[in-house]
Design a protein around this ligand. Structure first.
Ligand code: BGC
Length: 755
């Protein structure tokens, strides 16, 4: 059934005005989630019938699984507003039936699940999706995930994760869009729209932007650790993707585990109440992370569960995931006068608003005979996403694409060549390994009725395995025309709580690659991993390298098509690739220092007994210099592109203007391909130190071989605004430099001023 409610968009927001004049409404302006006066009336009517206990029950979320009887009574008596972690449609219908037909007020449950990069059909990990620089594709992927998940009764996903991450040791870097605020914001909007759909109907899955906020800056890249982000950094780098997600209509927000400067997010009134509610007018609901309310006790921020519940509700949190703090303590807190019923009413309003808008009251059940999973359309969308997300990082002497006319024997090796579960990556609760197409299976299928022979010698069973030698692999290598080595990380090596201090290829993988290289045969490496690994030492041992992150269900067919040139790689690094882990954090949009790097002497150039001096030295490492292995936004193609003729329509702009950028992009090689053209801006002088450059726009441009095209991009001057010295948001007058290129080094430059 299609419901009538429309997601707010620039176009529609104006007609969905809900003001505080609505009876009892807590809304202060335009509803960020698309509520209407009718919905607000229904909320008020229902709220007026609810007991305090029933209200508190709506604020409680419970993880379920196993027999329905275990939860039946709690749901029947109105103690549960939401459940998570069950995806069995029959059981979900039963649980829903208890809520709708047997509880006093018949309020449906909202069923949550971590649908992070696909439900059944698994897409690349979010970091891989970001590498596509293709928000339309990300949106399509989220739509596929929503259709599959909602067909089982899941109407709420805990995604997208919008945590900016500059530290690849952090395992959850896999779950986000990387280091850049603009790219993250574009992906945020796309995924929210994809999950929720243009029109809210029974395939709409409420999005949850998480983790609010700063979680990706965990000290040392150790998950759950403290962060120390200043308010200016928060506002300039960490908050904008969330704001973008809210503006795209995200219905829910999840608080994070970290304490920022001593304040755990679940008790952080500043970020939840002031920024999210007061500044952004968010009127969906805020859920804690898993027991993050209770964890405030371990933080030493709350003395006990009651105190934790008080801090949470006072910060603006509406729903408790798994602490049972609201359920167990809110009533006492009301009786003691520490929490007002009006606060509880506000939270319940926020929760009911989402339930009404999702159409759960009209449509609480699913039809178990209409489950959507692994349809051809969904698998194709997943394959296309992998094809755009894989990054070509090395391609000596045009090793790739492979020419199947001149190859007779292919050696397929490495622990990720046929690892259907591992290639799906982290946060895959519902993707099934038996539906995953690995590179080995795809290659075998491609060459099934041809003279080409596929020889499979994995060398290592798992990425963590080590061996002294690889005689059977070496023997096979000698007889092969080309070697395809699939290396990387098992799924469990990234994701929540799975952080690493060493980012080299794990186990015996580097040694295996070295051995392969000794054969003298062309070696092509495909890395499937949850993070950018430090692969510098491996590069000399391979002729070509494709970085595929964890590509998901359709990894095998997509990679095969890339290897043989059916499609040309076009992915770009959504995060800086480091030479060594000691460079952390190294990100492209760092502030200008007083001593910018100037190709200074490295360790080997310093004479023994050299006199002490710092003069002429700059910000860099003696042993590793100042540059990464691969910069942000980088990725090769089978063809080559050239950029020229950058021009702007004016030299000087005012704040309300739009900058019309134009440049020429040419495909100068031998393949039809797509290039992600990128626009960066540097604010030359600011009231505070400004980044050396910031990504402000990008465009995927398809170009046939030999084709040249003028690319035009419009950049509103307002997009150059930032939080300056007095914590005021705006564009500061002065000189700017605009840079265009195929990665963040963006060599083509032009200056302009804003007055
Ligand atoms: C994670 C969240 C996730 C939640 C529910 C937590 O451990 O931090 O990202 O959504 O569990 O599974």
């Amino acid at each position: 059934m299609k419901s009538l409610y429309i997601i707010p968009s620039a176009l529609l927001a104006a007609v969905l005005l809900v003001t505080s004049s609505c009876s009892g409404s807590s809304l202060k302006g335009t509803s960020t989630i698309g509520s209407t006066p009718e919905v607000e009336k229904r909320i008020d009517a229902l709220l007026s019938k609810m007991t305090l206990e029933e209200k508190i029950g709506q604020m409680n979320q419970l993880s379920v699984g196993g027999p329905v009887e275990n939860y039946a009574e709690a749901i029947r008596s109105g103690q549960v507003g939401s459940i998570l972690n069950d995806v069995d449609p029959a059981r979900l219908n039963e649980l829903q039936k208890i809520a709708v037909e047997q509880s006093r007020l018949g309020i449906p449950l909202i069923v949550g699940r971590d649908v992070i990069h696909g439900f059944r059909t698994i897409f690349p990990i979010p970091l891989g999706i970001a590498a596509t620089f293709d928000p339309d594709l990300a949106r399509e992927g989220a739509r596929v995930a929503a259709r599959e998940a909602t067909s089982t009764g899941v109407r709420w996903t805990f995604s997208p994760m919008l945590d900016i991450a500059r530290d690849p040791r952090w395992g959850r870097i896999a779950e986000g869009s990387g280091e850049d605020t603009f790219l993250d914001s574009e992906m945020a909007k796309a995924m929210v729209r994809g999950y929720q759909g243009d029109i809210l109907d029974s395939t709409s899955m409420a999005a949850c932007v998480k983790h609010f906020v700063g979680y990706g800056a965990a000290e040392g890249g150790r998950d759950y650790n403290s962060t120390f982000i200043t308010e200016r950094q928060l506002r300039n780098f960490y908050l904008p993707p969330f704001k973008a997600g809210i503006e795209a209509g995200a219905m829910t927000v999840m608080t994070s585990f970290n304490d920022n400067d001593g304040v755990p997010s679940t008790g952080n009134k500043f970020v939840v109440d002031e920024v999210l509610r007061d500044e952004w007018n968010f009127d969906g609901f805020v859920v804690t992370d898993w027991d993050s309310m209770g964890e405030m006790i371990a933080h030493g921020f709350a003395s006990d569960r009651k105190h934790a519940a008080e801090l949470s509700i006072n910060a603006g949190v509406d729903m408790d995931m798994m602490t049972l703090g609201f359920l167990g303590e809110l009533k006492k807190l009301v009786e003691e006068g520490k929490v007002k019923v009006s606060q509880i009413d506000n939270s319940v309003r926020n929760i009911l608003r989402v339930k009404f808008l999702l159409g759960l009251f009209e449509n609480p059940y699913v039809d178990p005979s209409k489950i959507e999973a692994y349809t051809e359309e969904n698998l194709l969308a997943a394959r296309k996403t992998v094809e755009e997300s894989v990054i070509l990082l090395k391609n000596d002497k045009g090793t790739l694409p492979l020419n199947d006319k001149s190859i007779r024997t292919i050696l397929v090796t490495g622990p990720m060549a046929d690892a259907p579960y591992e290639q799906m990556g982290t946060w895959v609760f519902d993707g099934q390994a038996e539906h995953t197409a690995t590179p080995l299976s795809a290659l075998r299928e491609k060459f099934a009725s041809t003279p080409v022979r596929i020889v499979y010698e994995p060398g290592l069973k798992f990425t963590r395995e080590s061996r002294q030698s690889y005689p059977e692999v070496s023997a096979a290598a000698r007889n092969a025309d080309v070697i395809l080595a699939f290396l990387g990380e098992e799924a469990i090596l990234s994701g929540e709580a799975h952080c690493l201090a060493d980012l080299n290829l794990i186990g015996g993988q580097s040694a295996l690659l070295e051995e392969l290289h000794k054969s003298g045969k062309p070696v092509v490496t495909v890395v499937m991993a949850g993070r950018p690994l430090t692969i510098e030492r491996d590069l000399p041992n391979t002729d070509a390298l494709l970085y595929a992150f964890h590509p998901g269900t359709m990894g095998g067919p997509a990679i095969t098509r890339l290897l043989f040139g059916d499609v040309v790689p076009s992915g770009k690094t959504p995060i800086t690739f480091l030479r060594t882990v000691g460079q952390v954090p190294l990100y492209y949009n760092h502030n200008n220092t007083g001593r910018p790097y100037d190709n200074n002497t490295l360790l080997g150039d310093i004479p023994l007994g050299a006199a002490q001096t710092s003069l002429g030295n700059t910000s860099y490492y003696l042993d590793y210099g100042a540059y990464p292995l691969f910069p942000f936004g980088y990725g090769l193609s089978y063809t080559t592109f050239s950029y020229s003729d950058l021009s702007l329509d004016k030299k000087q702009y005012s704040e309300d203007d739009t900058i019309h950028i134009s440049f020429r992009l040419s495909n100068t090689g031998n393949f039809d391909a797509e290039e992600v053209a990128q626009v960066y801006v540097r604010d030359m002088v600011g009231s505070v130190t400004r980044p050396v450059k910031e990504l402000k726009a990008f465009r995927r441009v398809p170009l046939a071989k030999g084709e040249s095209r003028t690319v035009t991009i419009d950049l509103p001057v307002k997009d150059l605004a930032f939080w300056g010295l007095d914590m005021e948001y705006g564009v500061e007058s002065g000189e700017f430099q605009l840079m265009v290129g195929g990665d963040s080094r963006a060599f083509m430059k032009v200056n302009f001023t804003v007055k």
